[in-house]
Design a protein around this ligand. Structure first.
Ligand code: NDP
Length: 340
């Protein structure tokens, strides 16, 4: 028996969509989540691919998420659009907010999308890459469930709070980075525990605040921010931007809401878009792009470097032609869910 099943991206999308529909998601939600899951498989970001379907389904079954909520859009200011997810998952609200955000950013030079009351268990690069594909510089911020202790402390306060950034490169894929503010992903700790492997030193502390490489002790204690006090400050900034600024929850509050412990937090996301043609006096996009390329060249001429997102684009080229290898156990569990 082989330990993986080869699927085309069309099959990944179709499986995800049918499964979500069968579990009670509406057509627009099933389509939007299937798009997100397929993009993650395509770019070999597997923690956010088919593996995540269980998070979407479990939160729905636990009654903590709506599978049908229609997002509603409101203008908070000429350059700030709000989309209320009404307790649905974030891919659909983000999809619905995209065009208004682009339109406002082009009109005003800079604009923001405040997503409220949406469950986010996805990566952030899809929303910023999509904006950069439309020629905009973009940022996104999301808080999560409290797993991470502030620098110097021992009790979790922050989520693994990711932030993402995208820079358009005319004629090429945008430059994108998308990173958690913790040393490791939560899922990576769970995978190491499953495989009986220790954690890397520096990832976590136990409940008494002692450094640990034991997964169980880490889950009972806290994960650590990357980069000491500096990563802790970034995690705090993400909390403020995705929570209080836009009238949404802190990670601690999202954790309290997750009564069934599904690991799917309901809260806010802030997305910011800047029109680069309006960010300098003569809007000389060609000069601006050339200037940025100088930076990228200086990085890439050094051996051992690459640009963030290059790995994803290489994977994308390959998987679009060849499909993806899905672990047999995951494939079997999806088929079981599909069969009801
Ligand atoms: P990684 O540490 O894998 O990567 C972070 C960034 O660094 C990526 O942009 C990656 O680019 C880049 N990178 C990695 N190695 C190199 C290198 N050698 N040279 C240049 N750039 C490099 O990601 P994280 O574990 O921090 O986060 C994983 C994902 O989890 C993110 O997508 C994040 O949004 C998501 N997440 C979501 C949460 C939620 O609540 N929704 C919570 C926490 C995380 P590349 O992609 O090309 O490898």
């Amino acid at each position: 028996m082989t330990d993986s099943v080869r699927m085309s991206l069309a099959q990944v999308h179709d499986t995800a969509r049918r499964l979500l529909l069968a579990q009670g998601f509406s057509e627009p939600h099933a389509e939007a989540i299937a798009n997100t899951v397929t993009a993650a498989e395509r770019d070999e970001c597997r923690h956010h691919g088919l593996f995540r379907i269980a998070f979407y389904v479990n939160a729905l079954k636990a009654g903590q998420a709506s599978g049908e909520a229609e997002p509603t859009l409101t203008d908070l200011a000429p350059a700030i659009v709000r989309v209320d997810g009404h307790n649905g998952f974030s891919p659909l609200p983000l999809e619905r907010g995209h065009a208004p955000l682009v339109e406002r950013a082009r009109a005003q030079g800079i604009a923001a999308l405040a997503v409220n009351n949406a469950l986010n268990v996805a990566a952030l690069w899809p929303e910023v890459e999509r904006l950069a594909d439309d020629g905009l510089v973009a940022f996104a911020f999301v808080s999560a469930i409290p797993y991470v202790a502030p620098y110097g402390g021992i009790k979790p306060v922050f989520g693994t709070n990711p932030m993402a950034f995208a820079w358009p490169r005319p004629g090429r894929h945008p430059l994108v980075f998308d990173q958690a503010s913790s040393m490791s992903a939560r899922g990576e700790i769970q995978i190491r525990m499953r495989d009986g492997k220790p954690l890397e030193p520096g990832w976590a502390i136990d409940a008494d605040g002692n450094p640990t490489t034991d997964g169980k002790a880490a889950l009972a204690g806290a994960q650590l921010p990357f980069g000491g006090a500096k990563g802790s400050a970034i995690a705090m900034m993400v909390e403020l931007l995705a929570g209080p600024l836009i009238g949404d929850v802190l990670s601690v509050e999202a954790g309290e809401r997750d009564v069934a412990k599904t690991g799917a937090p309901c809260g806010g996301e802030l997305v910011i878009a800047i029109d680069p043609t309006k960010a300098m006096p003569n809007g000389d996009l060609a000069r601006q792009a050339e200037h940025a390329e100088r930076l990228f060249s200086m990085i890439l001429e050094q051996e051992g470097t690459r640009l963030p997102s290059d790995r994803r684009y290489r994977a994308r080229e390959r998987t679009t032609k060849e499909g993806v290898d899905v672990p047999a156990s995951l494939h079997a569990s999806l088929m079981e869910l599909l069969a009801g």
